[in-house]
Design a protein around this ligand. Structure first.
Ligand SMILES: *[C@@H]1O[C@H](CO)[C@@H](O)[C@H](O)[C@H]1NC(C)=O
Ligand SMILES: *[C@@H]1O[C@H](CO)[C@@H](O)[C@H](O)[C@H]1NC(C)=O
Ligand SMILES: *[C@@H]1O[C@H](CO)[C@@H](O)[C@H](O)[C@H]1NC(C)=O
Ligand SMILES: *[C@@H]1O[C@H](CO)[C@@H](O)[C@H](O)[C@H]1NC(C)=O
Length: 301
């Protein structure tokens, strides 16, 4: 499922204005993950965000992304979940999997990861598969428990070189070949809004990353240019073959925060014009717990 090579021309400003004025009402229900409605949330960035199980019990989330595996690429791996206890996480993951998919995100805001060689990408893929996913291998320690398998890997690359993330994506995807009825290695990416993403562009272009969380928040460029960049993403990914999620911050303190009213009346109608638009991804559980931002949004999904 390679992306089409001939992007559609961006819609004219007039069309966009018309879309805003027409306010087509509520979003259609899109069950991107097999679970109906709901949004994606990032969990693991603050000890005070509450447990993963508590997050899932809100019923708002259909994908939870544990973040981050923040060290990789030079033979060492490290999971940073802000002091949450990994040994109790396994039970929570299983609990969540009755209503949501559970992903693990790699990268983040630290500076201790990279994939200097394609072998390092292969090694990371194997590490993820055997340590957290459906791969099982004698002697490999599984911090969440031997019988706990997460559903996917999210690429959240903020630093370093773009090299070899495409190798990583292809290698992870190749694990699905042995399975008929399910896809035990699902993939998502969380790039900044600017298309193509400097660090993740090559990985996304492999076509094996099925969900893209386009970050509208986090920098002033995206706060003001999301619309023009969204047109580029939807032109390259016009159908549900690759689903576009819009990543938003639940905290007013973060750049690019969009007030719920503007989101509903101004932004959502623009997003809904794209067949590839799935739903939203919320940064992060800690903020969302404080503000309940997603409790309004889930009513539109
Ligand atoms: C949504 O769910 C329905 C039935 O529950 C299914 O037929 C359909 O394929 C699903 N769509 C997506 C995009 O997953
Ligand atoms: C990078 O991670 C490794 C393994 O966790 C650690 O030993 C090292 O001190 C870290 N380096 C930096 C600069 O943080
Ligand atoms: C890794 O690099 C080697 C040597 O450049 C190349 O032959 C091989 O195809 C690469 N593997 C992948 C998975 O790209
Ligand atoms: C958010 O929802 C929780 C649970 O429903 C509630 O206890 C809390 O007061 C709400 N917070 C805000 C800011 O609305």
């Amino acid at each position: 499922m390679a992306p089409p090579t001939h992007p559609r021309p961006p819609a004219s400003l007039l069309l966009v204005v018309a879309a805003i004025l027409s306010v087509a009402g509520l979003a259609t229900a899109i069950n991107s993950s097999g679970f109906k409605g709901g949004v994606t949330v990032f969990w693991g960035r603050n000890k005070d965000e509450g447990s993963l199980a508590e997050a899932c019990d809100t019923g708002r989330y259909t994908i939870v992304v544990i973040s981050f595996l923040d060290v990789f690429g030079h033979g060492e791996y490290h999971l940073d979940i802000s002091g949450h206890d990994p040994s109790t996480l396994g039970a929570d993951i299983k609990h969540c999997q009755s209503t949501a998919l559970v992903y693990l995100s790699i990268g983040g805001f630290g500076n201790n990861y990279s994939l200097p060689t394609n072998q390092s990408a292969v090694d990371l893929a194997d590490h993820l598969w055997y340590t957290y996913m459906a791969g099982h291998k004698e002697g490999v320690y599984r911090p969440f428990g031997d019988d706990v398998e997460i559903d996917g890997i999210d690429f959240f690359i903020e630093h370093g070189s773009p090299e070899n993330y495409d190798v990583l994506a292809n290698r992870l995807w190749s694990y699905n070949k042995g399975f008929r009825a399910r896809t035990p290695a699902q993939l998502s990416a969380t790039p900044r809004c600017r298309y193509p993403d400097r660090l993740l562009g090559k990985a996304i272009a492999t076509g094996v990353i099925g969900r893209i969380n386009v970050r509208f928040y986090g920098d002033s460029y995206c706060a003001t240019h999301w619309h023009q960049e969204w047109e580029k993403w939807t032109a390259v990914y016009p159908t549900q073959d690759i689903q576009l999620y819009v990543a938003l911050t639940a905290s007013q303190k973060v750049a690019g925060y969009i007030h719920l009213k503007s989101l509903h009346l101004g932004v959502l109608p623009v997003l809904q014009k794209a067949e590839s638009f799935a739903t939203f991804a919320i940064w992060d559980r800690y903020s969302d717990r404080l503000t309940n931002y997603s409790s309004s949004i889930v009513q539109w999904t």
